[in-house]
Ligand binder design. Structure first.
Ligand code: FES
Ligand code: FES
Length: 157
């Protein structure tokens, strides 16, 4: 099936099995390896991307569901090799250890911050409930997201 996807600002037209997992397509065909495939069952959140601005698990998304949709992966948040402000907050707060979960959590957090200007800690925890981190205990992650929300607000929310 010929599919048209809008990925990180570029239009991608590709013949693909419409029932293949979007996570597999993004990683193996397009080389967007920022997202991870952990459980492939919707449990860990490592594959989280934005679809039309909302976080979704790419492992549970079939390619045809992404047809004509706006897809953003962690690579699409900024320039290669340069931390975005949100990523810098994670680094500064010590919210990254092994890093396996981090791209997925960044995308869930980005989805929250695009829809909620001043999220409470409870709202941040709720937004990240679909992401598992085995290393950090989440306190530093919540602090990093809250700090970025405050920075964006000061910058003009
Ligand atoms: S790999 Fe998608 S939720 Fe775990
Ligand atoms: S930093 Fe290791 S799983 Fe989250």
């Amino acid at each position: 099936m010929k599919l048209t996807l809008r990925i990180n600002g570029s239009v991608v037209e590709q013949d693909a099995d419409p029932l293949a997992r979007l996570s597999e397509f993004l990683r193996q065909v397009l080389g967007l390896t920022g997202l991870k495939e952990g459980c492939c069952e919707g449990e860990c959140g490592a594959c989280t991307i934005l679809m039309d601005g909302a976080p979704v698990h790419a492992c549970l998304t079939l390619i045809f569901q992404a047809h004509e949709r706006e897809i953003t992966t962690v690579e699409g948040l900024g320039d290669a090799g340069v931390l975005t402000d949100l990523q810098a907050q994670f680094a500064g707060a010590g919210a990254v250890q092994c890093g396996y979960c981090t791209p997925g959590i960044i995308m869930s957090a980005e989805g929250l911050l695009r829809s909620t200007l001043t999220p409470s800690d409870e709202e941040i925890r709720h937004a990240l409930a679909g992401n598992i981190c085995r290393c950090t205990g989440f306190e530093t992650i919540v602090r990093a997201v809250a700090a970025e929300a405050a920075r964006r607000c000061e910058a003009g929310c």
